[in-house]
Structure formats: structure tokens, C-alpha cells
Design a protein around this ligand. Structure first.
Ligand code: SAH
Length: 222
């Protein structure tokens, strides 16, 4: 084995250990859905952040990914995913592909993911990364996600990973019945995470806590 290869292997093993530790910490903090924990252990978060930040990828912080955007912190990704109460094969709409990390977590859970991003460079970089990693079950679109993805609706689950001033009505319309959506709504950099449920034609909202996401920019956003 060449020194370079053994170094790569050591990193690989190290990162795997770091992910296992991250998953234990998530468990201690209330993540109990085994499918979510397994996906968090499997997806190589360090490959979704800029190279200079890779060694910090498994700390519980958001990290910058360029274009003024961030990859959400692992605890937030795990919590939002658990709130969705998914079952394999469900159709999930994600708004804000960003680095593609949350997308890859959903795909690792066997979900059919439809993800929309408005920044072309991020959309393209995530597409390349999914191809390189062999991520399957993901369809991607470049555009304004506050409008949803009409020709693919309805969606069993919707996850919005950017914060807007209000609940975009196209997303409510495109949510299946029964269906669950998780979305931060509020002011810039300070929102309330909402769990929206649609059942028998009725839409209800429950607040889950305070969060700070980057802006949801679009027709039904900022
Ligand atoms: N889930 C991402 C989080 C990225 S940050 C991850 O795991 O990395 C939020 C992303 O939402 C940014 O990339 C931003 O460009 C995108 N975004 C903001 N408004 C949007 C909109 N209206 N439609 C689609 N994407 C949007």
C-alpha cells in the first residue's frame, strides 16, 4: 500500500468513527428513529463541506458552503428528518438542496427525493457529488422552491431548509393528505420550526422550537 493510500484509509476510518460518535450524541439528544441514526452514520458529511473544513464536518455546527449559504448542523438535520416520520418509498420534496447533505440523508433512508435549489452553482455541485457517490433516488430541479414542484405533486412529506416570512401556499397545496411538512417560518435569521400536518382536508401547525436558517428567497419567500 502506498503511503498516500494508507493515509486515505486512515482518514476514512477516522471519519467513520467520528460519524459513530456524532450518532451517539444525537441519540443522547433525543433522536430515537433508528432509520435516521443509520443514515446519519452512513452519509459522509465531510464530502459535502469545503475541503478546508472537512476536519470539522462531524462537529455539531452549521458550516459555510459558499454563496452565503450554510450546511445545517447535524442535530438540526436529524431532528427535522425524524419529525417527518417517513417510511421507505415515500415521495419527499426538499426545498434548498444546498450542499446536498440533507438530500443524501433522505436518499439513504430509501425515500424518493425531489429537491429544488435556486443557486445554479450549488445545484450543479450537488448533482456532481451525487453522481460521484452513487446517491440514488434523487431528482433535482433548479428554480424557486417556494412554488413547489407542481408536475410531481402531491408529496407525502415536504422539508424546507431555508427560512421565510410565511408558509408558502403552493407547498401546502402540494402536500399529500395525509402529509407532513417541516419548515422554519419567521424573521430573517430567527425562525420558529413548524410541523405542518394535513389530514382529512384539515391543515394544522405545531411549533417545535427556535432555529436560525438562511433566507428562503422567492415568490413566497423573502
Ligand atoms: N439542506 C441544505 C441546506 C442548505 S442552506 C444542506 O444540507 O446543505 C439553504 C439553501 O436553500 C441554500 O442553498 C439556498 O440557496 C436555498 N434556497 C433559498 N431559497 C430557495 C428557494 N426559493 N428555492 C430553492 N432553494 C432555495
Amino acid at each position: 500500500m502506498t503511503p498516500q493510500r494508507s493515509g486515505q484509509y486512515r482518514n476514512f476510518a477516522d471519519y467513520k468513527r467520528q460519524r459513530a460518535r456524532m450518532a451517539r450524541q444525537l441519540e443522547e439528544r433525543g433522536i430515537s428513529d433508528e432509520a435516521v441514526l443509520a443514515a446519519m452514520r452512513a452519509v459522509q458529511r465531510h464530502l459535502f463541506v469545503p475541503e478546508a473544513l472537512q476536519s470539522r464536518a462531524y462537529e455539531d455546527h452549521p458550516l459555510p458552503i459558499g454563496f452565503g449559504q450554510t450546511i445545517s448542523q447535524p442535530a438540526v438535520v436529524a431532528f427535522m428528518t425524524q419529525v417527518l416520520e417517513t417510511r421507505p418509498d415515500m415521495r419527499v420534496l426538499e426545498i434548498g438542496t444546498g450542499s446536498g447533505y440533507q438530500t443524501a440523508v433522505l436518499a439513504a433512508m430509501g425515500l424518493r427525493v425531489f429537491t429544488v435549489e435556486r443557486v445554479e452553482e450549488l445545484h450543479a455541485a450537488a448533482r456532481e457529488l451525487f453522481a460521484a457517490l452513487g446517491v440514488e433516488g434523487v431528482r433535482m430541479k433548479l428554480g424557486d422552491g417556494t412554488l413547489g414542484w407542481k408536475d410531481q405533486a402531491p408529496f407525502d412529506r415536504i422539508i424546507v431548509t431555508a427560512g421565510g416570512p410565511a408558509l408558502p401556499h403552493p407547498l401546502v397545496e402540494q402536500l399529500a393528505d395525509p402529509g407532513i411538512m417541516v419548515i422554519p417560518v419567521g424573521k430573517k435569521r430567527a425562525q420558529r420550526l413548524l410541523r405542518i400536518s394535513k389530514r382529512d382536508g384539515r391543515v394544522t401547525a405545531r411549533a417545535l422550537g427556535d432555529v436560525a436558517f438562511v433566507d428562503l428567497v422567492g415568490d413566497h419567500g423573502w
